[in-house]
Design a protein around this ligand. Structure first.
Ligand code: MGD
Ligand code: MGD
Ligand code: MO
Length: 771
């Protein structure tokens, strides 16, 4: 693959502008002209973004308010929109001009930059090219192939963008066919949340809504790059700061969005020469993986403050009534925290005792606290423990199930949370098996299916033979790129339902198909009627989304239509699902969702237009704990010594974090700049602490190779990266996903949730010989 760079002389300079502001506006103007979009088209489309009667943004999953601003979008949401409504086309002529072996040399950026896919294509091995295929032939051939394969050997992947309607149909199709193999992008993302939170509070999702953000008097941010990955949330952080609420951030990197922000929606702020709002009142650059230790320190200091209050007869710092009435496991937790050694806490977290005590003092004074977090907590070997420890911290002070307080996992893809709600999961216990069987007259296979890591293991051992993907770029998003690409090509079937060309399409199997689909912004007319779809945001609010843009090609089919046609070709007569009726009216799919999930989706069709969305039934929001103990559980970690099964004490092993730039959406690379980190023209950099550089004999701009430190007999290596000095903790380094996924061993994942531990990869940096 070619290098992810667009110049020989990339520059990296500290960026000290606020997020938002004019930098954001300039970046958008550049992007729209690169895409060849008319300003009037962009303007007309954007005005409908995240509006109750418009479409829900295809970028992040952040909540959509009931009373949107005139422009309820951010720089990155606008980029995602422009990427979808681009006039560029990756059509049959393109595929006639380029062989697949040639395209394999292209970068992710160059592949997707070709524009929207327009025609169903099939790989023709003798030509090493994709050739057009008629839709009906594609469906028939795929159906025949699936029926020759053992259903247990086929995987049905979903990336988190597909609507609730398409997702519900997808999982029914897979299960009728005979497979519970339904991994999703959430398996690589917030699965530590989906496994960890139900054990703690009996809810798989967060407990806060926008009203809570308006009511809180303090926030925590652990491991989230808000300025890039959920920029609209910055408005709520800014509002909180303006009313004097402290915002305390723990992140090994100084992320601009949580430092300074200027709202591009506010003309006065834009013309003011000041540096914008200071977003985090306190910002701690903890060591990668040091969160359990840091939170143990904060908890320890809370106990000390509470002891002092008890002694002096002052107001207790612990919410003892809440703990007694609502919690289980407190004593064990208290014993663990009290026994923890300050010296070890400081060493493991990288944050000194007095600073953690300062955090505890601030926290002890707040009444309504929200704890936000992202991939910095979930993508670790101890991802679940991270999440549960953050809940413990909230439970100590009763910060759950009351206004202005709660846990806020900031989800990724725009409908990733909702897909799980309507049945996308490999775990049987999470779906209403009996209902599906009763409603549709088929038998759901009775064993759990494969999640992402297990599906990859199956590919490696040859037991997985077919992959059907509803969106996404699975092969590029997973770890161990080298081994997985090789294994992928040995499968029999690769079906990709997509909007843009990506590397997963080029990993061809015995039979390979690209099925191009409509995007969410586009008009989806079935049976002469424009259809509506729906999504669930990060705060468990469900919204309708109305696509109105002209479809990129007349040949495109909608995702629900493609799923229905695949099902009809593969499992005809094996269920009573009325596929054709559902396609003629997506409202009937919503009725089916309501029947399967009557509490969450009560009056679905009537309520989906509610401004701000309608909120799902989350017990923990009103202190109803759906756990085995019927209480909110304090869950005590075994230790806070991180990654105990990987020995990184050796002086030259660093822990690598893989992150997103401000110019990408996951594997979609819009460009080679990361404005908010001051990186221009390249993604092939490795950001390092100056002391580590010195020790390893490196200077700025040196060329290095990076190798994984693991003794499993596999060499994992990326070559010719540029070193750059960066302000991050000693022993840590950082670079960009997905290029660096080649370094992550498949087995390096959250122990129980199986989220690849993309934030803590043990690596060695090797200087390249000059010349
Ligand atoms: N524009 C844009 N928006 C997006 C996406 C995108 O690619 N582009 N992706 C979407 C998706 S699917 C997701 S999941 C979200 C991802 O959004 P984030 O959760 O912000 O994901 P990352 O970019 O991986 O950044 C993780 C952050 O965690 C920090 N971190 C790393 N290790 C640790 C640690 O050990 N402890 C702590 N406390 N912090 C740590 C990193 O420095 C970084 O700031 O964004 C969504 N929104
Ligand atoms: N090292 C490392 N690895 C990671 C991560 C990390 O932080 N570090 N993050 C992980 C996370 S959080 C996630 S969510 C995964 C992301 O993994 P995925 O969700 O699989 O990947 P995306 O890059 O979002 O998928 C992009 C592709 O989706 C297709 N697409 C876009 N819009 C649509 C649509 O409307 N319909 C359909 N059918 N297709 C569409 C386009 O063809 C595009 O090429 O990656 C994970 N991998
Ligand atoms: Mo994600």
């Amino acid at each position: 693959m070619d290098r992810s760079e667009n110049t020989d002389k990339p520059t990296i300079e500290p960026y000290d502008e606020p997020t938002g502001g004019w930098g954001s506006v300039k970046s958008l103007v550049e992007k729209s002209s690169q895409e060849g979009l008319l300003a009037s088209t962009v303007w007309a489309t954007m005005q409908r973004q995240n509006k109750p009667d418009g479409y829900q943004c295809v970028s992040c999953s952040w909540a959509k308010p009931a009373d949107p601003k005139p422009f309820e979008y951010c720089e990155n949401g606008a980029k995602a929109t422009m990427w979808e409504i681009t006039p560029k086309r990756c059509d049959r002529d393109f595929f006639a001009r380029h062989r697949v072996s040639e395209l394999l040399e292209w970068t992710d950026h160059d592949l997707e930059k070709q524009g929207r896919l327009t025609t169903p294509m099939k790989y023709e091995r003798s030509l090493d090219q994709y050739v057009p295929i008629k839709w009906e032939d594609a469906f028939r051939e795929i159906g025949e192939e699936l029926n020759q394969l053992d259903p247990a050997s086929v995987v049905f992947y979903v990336s988190g963008r597909a609507s609730l309607e398409a997702s519900h149909m997808w999982q029914l199709f897979a299960r009728i066919y005979g497979s519970n193999n339904l991994p999703d992008s959430s398996n690589m993302c917030h699965e530590s949340t989906s496994v960890g939170l139900p054990e703690s509070i009996g809810s798989p999702v967060g407990t806060v809504t926008l009203e809570d953000f308006d009511a809180c008097d303090m926030m925590f941010f652990f491991g989230h790059n808000t300025g890039t990955n959920a920029p609209r949330l910055l408005h709520w952080v800014q509002k909180a700061r303006k009313r004097g609420a402290p915002v305390i951030t723990f992140n090994p990197l100084h992320e601009r969005g949580l430092m300074r922000f200027k709202s591009p929606q506010n003309p006065l702020e834009m013309i003011s020469p000041d540096a914008g709002t200071k977003m985090s009142s306190d910002y701690y650059q903890l060591k990668v993986g040091g969160d359990v230790a840091a939170m143990t320190g904060i908890a320890k200091a809370i106990f000390a403050l509470d002891d002092a209050a008890k002694e002096s007869g002052g107001k207790r710092v612990l919410d003892t009534r809440f703990i007694e009435e609502h919690c289980h496991g407190f004593d064990e937790f208290e014993a663990f925290v009290r026994a923890a050694d300050w010296e070890q806490i400081a060493r493991c977290s990288g944050v000194p005792r007095d600073e953690l005590e300062h955090v505890a003092r601030t926290y002890s004074k707040a009444e309504r606290v929200i704890a936000n977090y992202g991939m910095g907590l979930t993508q670790h070997r101890h991802g679940i423990e991270n999440v549960q420890m953050l809940v413990n911290l909230l439970l100590m002070r009763g910060m759950m199930g009351k206004e202005g307080a709660g846990i806020s996992p900031i989800r990724g893809h725009s409908n990733v949370q909702g897909q799980r709600t309507v049945g996308i999961t490999e775990k049987l216990k999470l779906i209403p098996v009996d209902k599906f069987e009763e409603f549709y007259g088929f038998t759901v296979p009775k064993e759990d299916g494969l999640d992402t890591v297990k599906a990859c293991e199956g590919m490696l051992d040859g037991s997985v033979k077919g992959f059907v993907c509803l969106g996404g770029n699975f092969a590029r998003a997973i770890p161990d790129t080298g081994r997985m690409e090789e294994a992928w090509r040995k499968m029999r079937l690769n079906v990709q339902i997509s909007t843009k060309l990506n590397r997963n399409h080029l990993l061809t199997c015995e039979k390979t198909y690209i099925l191009p689909c409509l995007g969410r912004l586009e008009r989806d007319t079935q049976n002469g009627v424009d259809q509506v779809v729906s999504v669930e945001d990060s705060t468990a609010c469900i919204h309708a989304s109305y696509g109105k843009s002209e479809p990129a090609s007349r040949e495109l089919l909608s995702e629900p239509k493609i799923v229905a046609e695949l099902a009809k070709a593969t499992v005809p007569g094996r269920s009573t699902v009325p596929w054709d009726e559902w396609i003629a009216d997506y409202g009937l799919v919503r009725d089916a969702i309501e029947r399967a999930y009557p509490v969450d989706f009560c009056d679905f069709n009537q309520r989906m237009g509610t401004p701000g969305g309608f909120h799902r039934d989350i017990g923990a929001c009103r202190r109803e704990w759906r756990t085995e103990t019927k209480k909110a559980n304090f869950l005590t970690p075994e230790s806070f010594d991180v990654d105990p099964d990987i020995d990184t004490t050796s002086q030259d092993v660093l822990k690598l974090i893989t992150v997103r730039s401000n110019d990408q959406f996951n594997t979609t690379v819009y460009g080679y700049d990361d404005r908010l980190r001051g990186v221009k023209g390249t993604r092939m950099v490795i950001l390092m602490n100056v002391e580590d550089m010195r020790r390893l004999g490196l200077t700025d701009q040196d060329r290095v190779d990076i190798e994984t430190y693991a003794d499993d007999g596999v060499t994992r290596r990326v070559e010719d990266y540029r070193v750059h000095e960066w302000q991050l903790p000693k022993g840590n380094c950082a670079g960009y996903y997905p290029e660096l996924n080649a370094l992550i061993p498949l087995w390096h994942h959250s122990r129980r949730a199986h989220v690849p531990a993309a934030k803590s990869v043990p690596v060695r940096i090797i200087k390249r010989a000059a010349g």
